[in-house]
Ligand binder design. Structure first.
Ligand code: WQD
Length: 338
């Protein structure tokens, strides 16, 4: 069975391709390589020993999408990762984000609308909750006014899919609201490859530990939390990848209870920035050079998932601990800098 993975050379995409191939799916990747490299294909192959089809083009080229689906008319499922995802950049370049994250979603859905049956998995984010009123966060928590154009594109994307599935019953969709994906495949054949100065905590930590960065700035230590630093739900990227496969299987096997479903994908456990640093120092057996700095604009105090729905309906739960995830991130950093 052929599955399209857009953005399949990216961090979460590549790990999901590995899990799809492990389950015997034939994978086709579309990626414009704006934030990834074709070298990732070699890493995937080293893990699974399987080949895949890769087509390099930009999903903003609507005609190319139409032509692609004509050539690959046997695609039965789509996992849609391709999007711009830097919160700060989205504030500076909103039109780029609305074009790249929203219009391309519409173009893909338009191709699925003509099919007799299509399963669609959407890469959403816990960002849609903003600072939730209650923790842990359930899927019923209200979607808050987005704090960034990036977060808004995820909210809009979910609404587009919801409305589309109402009119095109052949399209069955699941939105997965990721919490904070971290780590790398245990083989260290694939992992996160941030371009430039990392915005996210874990790659900044590992780059500091390896000597690429001078010092980690902890953005604020006077939040209303146990140690004053922000709390997040850090989920191993392989656990997250596996959630995509079980969600896709749910749709392909017709086990979905409605045409559009939403699931939180996290560990259900919150960790503070200082707890992450302590865990990293333990697994890397070295002290991390960090300082307390000013709060970062737009950061929320705490977010971690209530994963009951995914546990019960997908039969999925995260298996890796924070230590495991950080250990895999460190192994990956050491590998790519060796
Ligand atoms: C985590 C914590 C920072 C860097 C973002 C997006 C979200 C998703 C994941 C795409 C925060 C602190 C960070 C640093 C720090 N992206 N931090 N020093 O902001 O929770 O989520 O990435 O889907 O949509 O919003 O992740 O890793 O940037 O920050 O102290 O150098 O680490 O303040 O508390 P975030 P993050």
């Amino acid at each position: 069975m052929k599955i399209l993975v857009t953005g399949g050379l990216g961090f979460i995409g590549s790990h999901t391709v590995v899990e799809l191939q492990n389950k015997g799916y034939e994978v086709v990747i579309i990626d414009n390589c704006s934030n990834s490299s074709p070298d990732v294909i070699k890493g995937i192959r080293n893990i699974t020993g399987k080949d895949l089809i890769f087509e390099k083009f930009d999903l903003r080229e609507k005609d190319k999408i139409k032509e692609f689906f004509k050539r690959h008319n046997d695609i039965e499922g789509v996992i849609h990762f391709a999007a711009s995802k830097a919160v700060g950049e989205s504030v500076e370049k909103p039109l780029l984000y609305y074009e790249n994250n929203v219009s391309t979603l519409v173009y893909i859905l338009q191709q699925l609308a003509d099919k007799t049956s299509a399963s669609f998995i959407f890469s959403s984010s816990c960002t849609v909750y903003g600072q939730a009123d209650e923790l842990p966060i359930t899927e019923d928590a209200p979607v808050k006014v987005a704090e960034s154009p990036y977060g808004n594109t995820k909210q809009i994307g979910e609404e587009i899919i919801r409305d589309t599935c109402k009119v095109y019953p052949a399209i069955k969709a699941i939105a997965l609201r990721y919490f904070n994906p971290i780590g790398a495949h245990p083989s260290a054949e694939i992992g996160e490859l941030p371009i430039g100065v990392p915005q996210n905590l874990i790659p900044f930590i590992t780059q500091t530990a390896i000597g690429l960065r001078e010092q980690l700035s902890v953005f604020g230590d006077d939040y209303p939390t146990t140690d004053g630093t922000c709390i997040r739900d850090y989920i191993h990227v392989v656990d997250l990848a596996k959630a995509h496969v079980v969600a896709l299987q749910r749709l392909l096997e017709g086990k979905n209870t409605s045409n559009y479903e939403v699931f939180n994908v996290g560990t259900g456990t919150g960790s503070s920035v200082l707890e992450v640093i302590q865990s990293f120092e333990k697994v890397s057996d070295q002290k991390l050079n960090y300082k307390i700095a000013e709060k970062r604009e737009g950061d929320i105090t705490a977010a971690y998932a209530d994963t009951t729905k995914a546990n019960n309906e997908l039969g999925w739960s995260a298996k890796s601990s924070l230590d495991d995830s950080l250990s895999s991130a460190w192994k990956w950093e050491q590998k790519i800098r060796s």
